[in-house]
Design a protein around this ligand. Structure first.
Ligand SMILES: Cc1cc2nc3c(=O)[nH]c(=O)nc-3n(C[C@H](O)[C@H](O)[C@H](O)COP(=O)(O)OP(=O)(O)OC[C@H]3O[C@@H](n4cnc5c(N)ncnc54)[C@H](O)[C@@H]3O)c2cc1C
Length: 393
């Protein structure tokens, strides 16, 4: 057994855990990160791709902006497409804010590069991770690494271990309520080696279901299709995927370029919020405390917002002011519920609901009415712009 000490023990080397460790290091507070997967696995995970302006500002402030500013694609707005027509919503013109397209795996790569150069302690491939003594003054993390048992004593434990992690599960069930909702559809996402056919993201509602055209770089496109929750990826050949995308994204005079598909997967759509983000000396951040359907591009951004708040609260704690840390859960959840309603309303506006066939024709026309109003009203567009580019932390 190797006993170790640190001020903050962070479980999970996803964007939330790595960014918090980096923010704490920047403030001179030591931490140790414990991750159960390999570094290669963490680096290869393809997920979110849109950064809110505040997220870009946070990463830049922490010295992580060099590649982000060189390679990220700053977008002034998005396109909303419905009834065969594509309309632009220009956030920059509406409220003077933008978003940046930069893959989550690039954010993680920048963080791991920075941590490696700084000599941060990150245990990858940690097995049997457990968090103990959460209500005591010295909670502990135990795990096995390289066949050696480890025990880390810390002032605080941070659960940045995603939806399936151990931290939230370590809170007694009687102390926690889980609010959740599953959607009756899923997203099939592809990465394709083809330059994007659009300058900004296209969100499309079609009679066959939702489709989206996003991108990762000037050479790589990212596209999504609404599919059935029971579908398996084997049912979706590359030809079938392109055919569906061509149908759902079509507008007169525009061509969707096709290319080799290098990655494809199906993700369920879920909304979930835990009733508390702290228990004793355990604090939850990112997907361990909440999940959104990806339609509003809020998953990664919420994780960054949480750790920005939590990092500042921990810095205040060590400077003698406990109020921000005591209030972290309430502040983060208040922001999160605003994000939840936005993600839910974007999802409901843009997907066809296969579970309500009786009202399907009415619902579809009502969705078209909503999109028509939204793209015609400056007031409605400003609301969308404010929420899409990111609420204040
Ligand atoms: C397939 C998929 C696609 C997505 N696409 C989008 C998108 O297009 N847009 C969007 O906004 N959001 C998307 N999201 C959501 C977004 O990626 C997440 O919100 C974001 O990753 C949250 O970061 P996190 O650090 O909180 O959690 P995670 O990224 O999940 O990181 C948690 C880390 O903890 C580790 N861990 C788990 N259990 C343990 C344990 N017991 N011990 C130690 N470590 C552990 C995990 O291996 C992982 O490295 C997607 C999510 C998924 C799953």
């Amino acid at each position: 057994m190797s006993p170790e000490n640190t001020r903050v023990a962070i479980i999970g080397a996803g964007p939330a855990g790595l960014l918090l460790a980096w923010a704490l290091r920047d403030a001179g507070i030591d931490s140790i990160v414990v991750e159960n997967r390999s570094q290669d696995y963490v680096l290869a995970r393809i997920r979110a791709g849109v950064l809110e302006q505040s997220a870009v500002e946070t990463l830049t402030r922490l010295g992580l902006g060099e590649r982000l500013h060189a390679e990220g694609l700053e977008h002034d707005g998005i396109y909303l497409q419905f009834a065969g027509e594509r309309r632009n919503v220009d956030f920059n013109e509406l409220i003077g804010r933008t978003v940046t397209v930069y893959g989550q795996q690039e954010v993680v790569k920048d963080l791991i590069t920075a941590h490696t150069a700084a000599g941060s302690t990150i245990y990858y491939e940690a097995a049997d991770v457990q968090v103990l003594g959460l209500e005591s003054k010295t909670p502990r993390v135990t795990f096995v690494h390289d066949r050696e048992a480890h025990s880390i004593a810390a002032d605080f434990i941070i659960g940045a271990d995603g939806f399936h992690g151990v931290c939230r599960a370590s809170i007694p069930p009687t102390a926690l309520t889980l609010y959740d909702r599953s959607y009756p559809f899923a997203w099939l996402g592809i990465l394709a080696d083809v330059p994007p056919s659009t300058d900004e993201l296209i969100y499309a509602l079609h009679e066959d279901g939702f489709a989206m055209h996003s991108m990762r770089s000037p050479q790589v496109s990212r596209l999504y299709l609404q599919v059935d929750t029971a579908d398996s990826i084997d049912q979706w050949s590359d030809e079938r995927i392109w055919e569906a995308l061509q149908t759902r994204l079509a507008v007169p005079g525009w061509t969707l370029n096709e290319g080799a598909i290098t990655d494809k997967s199906i993700t369920p759509m879920r909304s979930f919020v835990a009733s508390r983000l702290s228990y004793g000396n355990l604090f939850l951040a990112g997907d361990s405390g909440h999940i959104v359907p990806p339609t509003g591009a809020k998953g990664l951004n919420s994780a960054i917002a949480d750790v920005t708040l939590l990092g500042a609260a921990l810095v205040s704690h060590y400077a003698g002011d406990d109020a921000p840390l005591s209030g972290y859960g309430e502040t983060a959840l208040r922001r999160q519920w605003r994000v939840q309603q936005f993600s839910q309303s974007m999802t409901e506006m843009l997907h066809r609901d296969p579970s309500d066939l009786q009202s399907a024709a009415f619902n579809y026309r009502s969705q078209l009415g909503r999109l028509d109003y939204l793209t015609d009203s400056v007031i409605a567009q400003r609301e969308l712009a404010e929420q899409y580019t990111g609420l204040p932390f």
